[in-house]
Ligand binder design. Structure first.
Ligand code: G1P
Length: 297
């Protein structure tokens, strides 16, 4: 019987330099898509997948992120007094049960693998999820939930996977596929950010993982890898050698790289159009803008 996945690590210690100057005073995870911060999308997805404990690996300057999950008694009582029930309901999704959320500091920016390792004592001997809030995934069935269902079949370590253009491999962890079974692939190797001519495929790791606690032990030992950082990819690759139980999962959904400006803007357009209350006005505006641009060319 496989243990249920109830804990998730959210590595949010990055400086977000690609979004300076905005990230000079706000954590990038608090930047909004329509009206919700990026981190809220990750939390909602985690909840849908059955996650009960939320572990944030933070760094200096992430105070706004911690405050975001607090109750706001003054705001709530104001809204109640004014009868703004819909807004009160919206606020509820930002509240965490006491003790359900933990913050761990990553004292040095030593890489994603190191960030995950910082949470080891809170994970103990259980499988756990890792979610990178920069990767926002629009899907009918939330991505992590799809992965939990897939994990119920395969067990082991499951990483979200997606084909990327061949010239983009140096931005991702890349899978070396052993057996392609459609939505699930078994993996015989993993490389962090290979140049296109060294990449074993164009099947890339996207920021959702279900991992065994062995990965934390591997992180105890591995040395820094690509970019001089301790890579999560390397600790998972080690598990292929040790236990041969690593799988890629091709999720159903659209992924937006909200760590890049272009991806963030694309997500804004897509999520904006996806809101029934905004759709018509926004759609008309986009069409007019495109038509005006064409005419000016
Ligand atoms: C991280 C991982 C990489 C993965 C990517 C997905 O890289 O190290 O393996 O493909 O997330 O977004 P980063 O984008 O943090 O450099």
């Amino acid at each position: 019987m496989k243990k249920r996945v109830t804990k998730a690590i959210f590595p949010v210690a990055g400086l977000g330099t690609r979004f300076l100057p905005a990230t000079k005073s706000i954590p990038k995870e608090i930047m909004t898509l329509v009206d919700r911060p990026l981190v809220q999308y990750a939390i909602d997805e985690a909840r849908a997948a059955g996650i009960k404990e939320f572990i944030f690996v933070t760094s200096r300057g992430k105070g706004a992120l911690e405050d975001y999950f607090d109750h706001a008694p003054q705001l709530e009582s104001d809204l109640r007094r004014k009868g703004k029930n819909a807004l009160l309901e919206t606020l509820k999704s930002t509240n965490m049960e006491s003790g359900a959320i933990a913050y761990i500091r990553q004292h040095k920016a030593l890489g994603l693998g190191h960030a995950v390792w910082c949470a080891r004592r809170l994970i103990g001997n259980e499988p756990f999820a890792v979610m990178l809030p920069d990767d926002v995934i629009a899907a009918e069935t939330p991505c992590l939930q799809q992965m939990v269902e897939s994990y119920a079949e395969t067990g082991g370590n499951v990483v979200a996977a997606m084909e990327v253009p061949s010239d983009m491999t140096s931005s991702y962890g890349i899978l070396d596929v052993k057996k392609d079974m459609g939505s699930i692939v078994s993996v015989k190797g993993m490389v962090e950010k290979p140049e296109p001519d060294k990449a074993p495929s164009n099947l890339a790791v996207i920021g959702r993982y279900i991992l065994t606690p062995k990965i934390l032990q591997n992180l105890n030992k591995i040395k820094s890898g690509a970019g001089g950082e301790v890579q999560l990819t390397d600790a998972i690759a080690q598990e292929i050698i040790n236990s041969d139980n690593v799988y890629g999962y091709r999720f159903r959904g659209q992924r937006f790289d909200c760590g890049s400006k272009a991806g963030y803007l694309q997500a804004t357009v897509s999520f904006g159009l996806g809101r029934p209350e905004l759709h018509d006005e926004f759609d008309a505006f986009l069409r007019q803008t495109m038509a005006a641009q064409k005419a000016a060319q």
